[in-house]
Design a binder for this molecule. Structure first.
Ligand code: SER
Length: 586
């Protein structure tokens, strides 16, 4: 059975039981700042579990993309995935325990034709929240599950998501995964050959803020199963990655690395899993960054890139694009993937390139700082983070592989003190991006204005503007909005234009005027909020022949002839849609 067939059978079954299919929602929760991602289907319908009327009625079914980030570093075994498709069905104050279990049993044995000899179940053992669930056990027995295949567990409680909300006891179904060894008569949940295939949450409680549980007025069923695992079970596979969801990706990785899946399972699974999750995240609007969802995405991409290196995939090879193309073929039922195809490819490539530039050096540094050491201190783990782009989780993972510890508290301290520094910088203390007011920085500052204008002209982008500037006595660093790499020809043209203006002995004049007048005069400058009513406007070029006009706090040189020769030393990406140029005056 393939993924599409499974979805079809599943949805049709619940439709035949009067369920209505609802939309698969974004991975990013709406109006819920407390969680980063949707981690289970029920999270998208919480108001309806709490009693609000659902427009589609009281019985609903869907496939919901979910992302679970609690154990990213565990991904690599045969059953764990960062992203999963949850097959969920719900009763919103309609049927309860009896029908829920009967539907689960019918779906498993009649529709999916799982032999009853290979099934087992667990039910709630009872504690102070709720009593032992003899009723559920009785229903399973009546359906034909033998007593010794029913176990009572304290763990059979699910939810709430976060601190408060709907939750309840649950009953889980297990399948004996070995094809050639008959299932033991008695169910032992510790035996890993019994795999959990689905979870019926009998949602009859609400958890309150004070930690107490109370019975809810509306009793719901929240029934979920991970599609990836069910698909593997239905195909008799012991490894989820053998199904049609993963095989095209694994084959692509085999091709790229010239290695076989056998013997390299863990690494290939990590790469496939992380790129698949990243594709969906980007489609849902996330871009790599150092905070929140963006940071998770960055970690996933960088972990995949790191492992692809270990697999021997050359850093010059395009790792992500061919895999993305396969993912888009497999999930052609997702419009958001189709619509965002180019964006997905671009974002992945950008992040891949960025990390590949520093990874090798970072690994060398890692080896150097860990030589004969048992711990990596805060300064060094921060160095790997800041200068080589190693997410701290990656440093920890690498350290673990080498039997070393990381001083995580020390890292957190370094990070905090650095953030304090950058706050100081952005609070305006380093005015106009100038760290000091020396002659050298003044010259570079004027060169920044010339380059800003030259970029607008060469790239034919009148709305190009400064997104950040940092000038030291050695070099200028200038960030601007532009969404692709500049060609060597363009860089040369910019350089030439700046040098031409330098040679033209242009005067640099400062005027003070109200911000409105400055704008009317065509002065650029983006930090409106930073300026009071009157602003300084620096004009380069004589009246009537102005080359550049910028709102700017200064200071600048008096004439471009003072600058020397302008040279661009580096052009790179700074963040999504922002490029960075470093340049010097010689
Ligand atoms: N909410 C439950 C789970 O995630 C059942 O869907 O397992």
């Amino acid at each position: 059975m393939d993924r599409k067939e499974l979805i079809k059978k599943y949805i049709e079954f619940f439709k035949s039981k009067n369920h209505k299919e609802i939309q698969n929602a974004s991975l990013i929760p709406e109006n819920d700042p407390t969680t980063l991602f949707i981690g289970s289907g029920m999270e998208t319908i919480i108001p309806f579990l709490l009693g609000q009327k659902h427009p589609q009625g009281k019985r609903i079914v869907n496939i919901q993309r979910c992302l679970r980030t609690g154990d990213i570093e565990e991904v690599g075994n045969s059953t764990h995935h960062t992203l999963l498709e949850m097959m969920g069905n719900w009763s919103l104050g309609d049927y309860f325990k009896k029908e829920a279990i009967e539907y689960s049993f019918e779906l498993a044995t009649k529709v999916f034709k799982l032999p009853i000899e290979r099934l087992a179940v667990s039910v709630f053992a009872g504690d102070k929240r709720s009593s032992r669930d003899e009723e559920a056990a009785e229903i399973w027995k009546l359906l034909g599950i033998p007593e010794e295949r029913i176990t009572f567990l304290e763990d059979n409680w699910w939810g709430p998501i976060g601190e408060t909300g709907p939750c309840g006891t649950d009953t889980e179904m297990f399948f004996w995964k070995l094809n050639d060894v008959p299932a033991p008569k008695k169910f032992d949940p510790q035996d890993e050959n019994w795999v959990e295939i689905w979870n019926d949450v009998l949602m009859g409680f609400i958890k309150n803020k004070d930690g107490s549980f109370e019975e809810s007025d509306q009793k719901n069923i929240d029934n979920g199963r991970g599609l990836e695992r069910v698909l593997a079970v239905l195909n008799g596979f012991d490894d989820n990655y053998l199904t049609d969801i993963w095989q095209p990706l694994i084959k692509q990785i085999e091709k790229l690395s010239n290695k076989t899946y056998k013997g390299n399972e863990r690494i290939m699974r990590i790469i496939a899993d992380h790129i698949r999750a990243s594709v969906f995240l980007i489609a849902d609007g996330v871009t790599p960054s150092n905070t929140e969802q963006g940071y998770i995405l960055r970690r996933l991409i960088r972990r995949a890139v790191r492992y692809s290196g270990e697999l021997g995939i050359s850093k010059d090879a395009d790792l992500t694009t061919p895999i993305v193309k396969k993912i888009l073929e497999i999930y052609d039922d997702y419009d958001i993937l189709k619509k965002n195809k180019q964006k997905i490819i671009d974002e992945l490539n950008k992040e891949e390139d960025k990390f590949e530039k520093t990874l090798e050096k970072g690994l060398n540094i890692f080896n150097r700082i860990t030589k004969d050491k048992k711990t990596i201190d805060g300064k060094n783990s921060f160095l790997l983070f800041q200068s080589y782009g190693f997410p701290i989780e990656m440093t920890i993972e690498l350290a673990k592989e080498n039997g070393i510890k990381v001083d995580e508290k020390g890292f957190a301290k370094e990070l905090a003190s650095h953030q304090e520094l950058s706050r100081t910088a952005s609070s305006g203390k380093f005015k106009s991006g100038l760290a000091d007011d020396s002659e050298a920085t003044k010259k570079l500052h004027t060169a920044t204005h010339l380059m800003n204008e030259a970029l607008r002209i060469v790239l034919d982008k009148p709305d190009l503007h400064q997104r950040g500037s940092n000038i030291t006595s050695e070099r200028l660093r200038f960030d601007f909005n532009f969404d692709r790499k500049l060609t060597p020809e363009e860089l040369k043209e910019v350089e030439d234009m700046v040098n031409l203006k330098i040679k033209a002995n242009l005067p640099v004049v400062c005027d003070v005027m109200p911000v409105k007048k400055a704008k009317a005069a065509g002065a650029g400058g983006v930090f409106d909020s930073k300026y009071g009513e009157d602003v300084r406007v620096y004009t380069v070029g004589s009246i009537g022949k102005e080359f550049s006009k910028e709102i700017c706090a200064g200071p600048h040189v008096d004439n471009t002839s003072e600058l020397g020769t302008f040279k661009i030393v580096k052009e790179s990406s700074s963040s999504s849609g922002v490029r960075r140029i470093k340049a010097v005056l010689e």
